[in-house]
Design a binder for this molecule. Structure first.
Ligand SMILES: Cc1ncc(COP(=O)(O)O)c(C=O)c1O
Length: 437
């Protein structure tokens, strides 16, 4: 395809620049410009997206590197927190489901895409969240979009945390609801917004927060937010994608952790994190669930998850009940990793297995990511424009199945990368080189 737009390349060209410039370009110009950008990353050898994994999602994986050679890597970038993806019982249940139900279902839930397994899972999830009922979506993205756009009216107000996931924000964009963002976890401003919204009559006020915020691994203080919403008559929506399965001593989620189980009006959770599958659910009162089945368009107009995916989540719930020690192991590993990092000068106080390592100003995140890769550590880098430049980070995800040796290796590589940066000219303020979120 002909590309008439010049790509100047360099460190200053990023996805945001691409997005801004692309808005005024025709398709062939836009995709040509993007192609040059990707080619440039490939030439610099720093293109680490879409690494091809050839093994099960475990604590160690094998990937194909750029030359097609196999490379073993320790996985510190997966949401498979409890290692359920390759748990023997989960595998066995998946095989059993395939044998009994075949590979797929071929339709949406309201028509032919609803099996006894789907119903069993809805009931188990409702019980897990202390709700009356639940419904299952094919993805977390679809659940948030369908939930927000399906429930709200144009006169309603939704007040939501500034760190909310893109799917929640897209749900707001798709609906006509009036929306207000409050600064992350700032309950004073949430209260102010709630007071302002209280003057509206004939409409509902919703509050949207996440149990665990995926970029920083911190939590919403639900013990304070629940009574605040109750006192203002607001309906609380909690996206507990990262909390379900790991938070609370039984893994029931962030509400269990904050001892407000059964008090959340509407909880959303995904199967793509702890359950290491795909799909999501919304748990709420029965009338809300019945309503969403017909008015959440991403539910009504999308094919159901195949029974094998449902069986995987059911098996994961069994494991949560039969092996509560997995959560303890995850917490111990997280504590150990944080202590080791803090002994190097970081300042982490993790509430969850997500450890954000802020990249100091001056450190080239792509080059540092390459170093991790070369040393056999698989981590995800969160770059601008996903976060502001000053908040670029590596997001380390700890798993219950990691060994102490795995974590020691991770720490050794982090120390090496940060020490080499610290001694470089680019590290202007040496004392900030270890600063973490
Ligand atoms: C907080 C949160 N909500 C929703 C989603 C979307 O879930 P899924 O990947 O299952 O579509 C994610 C996934 O990254 C998430 O982190």
């Amino acid at each position: 395809m002909e590309n008439s737009i010049e790509y100047n390349g360099g460190e200053n060209f990023d996805l945001r620049e691409m997005l801004l410039r692309g808005r005024n370009l025709r398709l062939n110009e836009k995709v040509g410009l993007f192609e040059s950008f990707i080619d440039d990353l490939n030439k610099q050898n720093v293109m680490l997206n879409m690494r091809c994994i050839t093994t099960a999602a475990d604590r160690e994986v094998t990937i194909l590197d750029r030359n097609g050679k196999k490379k073993n890597m320790l996985m510190f970038g997966s949401n498979n927190y409890l290692g359920l993806a390759s748990h023997p019982y989960v595998r066995e249940k998946a095989e059993e489901a395939i044998r009994k139900y075949g590979a797929g279902i071929g339709g949406p839930p309201l028509l032919n895409g609803y099996t006894i397994l789907h119903r069993q899972l809805e009931e188990r999830l409702a019980a897990l969240k202390g709700a009356e009922d639940a419904l299952i979506f094919s993805s977390g993205y679809g659940a948030n979009v369908g939930l927000v756009s399906g429930l709200t009216n144009p006169n309603d107000v939704i007040i939501y945390d500034a760190f909310s996931h893109a799917s929640f924000c897209d749900g707001i964009k798709m609906s006509e609801v009036k929306s207000f963002r409050f600064p992350h976890n700032n309950l004073n401003l949430l209260k102010l917004r709630l007071d302002q919204a209280a003057n509206q009559t004939g409409s509902d006020v919703y509050v949207g927060v996440e149990g665990v915020y995926s970029m920083d691994g911190d939590t919403a203080p639900l013990d304070k937010i629940v009574p605040l919403c109750k006192s203002k008559g607001a309906i609380l929506l909690v996206d507990d994608a990262h909390g379900t399965g790991v938070m609370g001593s039984r893994g029931r989620g962030t509400a269990e952790h904050y001892r407000v189980e059964g008090k959340i009006d509407i909880t959303m959770g995904t199967f793509s994190k702890t359950f290491a599958a795909t799909g999501a659910f919304v748990a709420a009162s029965k009338p809300v669930v019945d309503y969403l089945r017909f008015f959440a368009r991403s539910y009504m107009f999308s094919a159901s998850l195949p029974p094998v995916s449902i069986a995987v989540v059911l098996a994961g719930l069994d494991v949560l009940e039969s092996e509560p020690e997995l959560i303890n192991r995850l917490n111990d590993n997280t504590k150990y990793a944080a202590e080791r990092l803090n002994s190097l000068g970081f300042n982490l106080n993790p509430q969850t297995p997500i450890l954000p390592l802020r990249v100091p100003i001056g450190m080239d995140i792509r080059k540092a990511a390459l170093k991790f890769h070369e040393k056999g550590i698989f981590v995800n880098s969160i770059e601008y424009p996903a976060v502001p430049v000053s908040q670029q980070r590596f997001r380390i995800s700890i798993m219950a199945t990691h060994t102490k040796e795995d974590i020691n290796k991770l720490i050794e590589v982090i120390d090496e990368i940060w020490t080499s940066f610290k001694s470089s000219e680019k590290c202007a303020a040496k004392e900030f080189c270890y600063e973490a979120a």
